[in-house]
Design a protein. Structure first.
Length: 147
């Protein structure tokens, strides 16, 4: 999982999604985007990316280098999910999530769930939704031998 968070909302989502993934006994590495590179995506069977949407539907600045590096990677059908906190007061709701979904598809990933977008700070029920989102993703890997 690679993510970024400014106010803690996307981090809360990442933590809940990670809890769901681990509940299925699937191994998970978590990196903040500043400590990740596009090549890291090649190391895993499954990919989870999380980013808040900045301004009028943009990726946050700290995600831009990683996003650019993704163009140099060709994934071979790795399964992926995307999530992020969003703000409906802007014209584009969750544009960063949409950009990440599109980029993953462009480089050969199979995005297996619609991007999970949550308005601002996740409620308890939305955190539960995040946990279920992670668990559903992890179930795709149960029984696959981890390298």
């Amino acid at each position: 999982m690679v993510f970024t968070s400014l106010t803690g909302n996307t981090r809360d989502m990442a933590d809940a999604i990670a809890e769901g993934i681990r509940s299925e006994q699937v191994e998970l590495d978590i990196k903040e985007v500043m400590y990740a590179s596009g090549d890291d995506l090649l190391k895993y069977d499954g990919i989870a990316l999380g980013a808040y949407t900045w301004g009028d539907g943009d990726l946050p600045d700290e995600f831009l280098d990683f996003f650019d590096e993704m163009s140099d990677v060709q994934l071979d059908g790795q399964q992926a999910i995307v999530f992020g906190s969003c703000d409906s007061s802007y014209p584009v709701f969750g544009g960063a999530v949409d950009q990440l979904v599109d980029k993953l598809k462009e480089i050969g990933a199979e995005v297996v769930e619609e991007g999970l977008k949550i308005e601002m700070s996740p409620s308890q029920s939305e955190l539960k939704q995040c946990t279920e989102f992670g668990a559903a993703f992890a179930k795709r890997f149960v029984g696959i031998k981890q390298s």
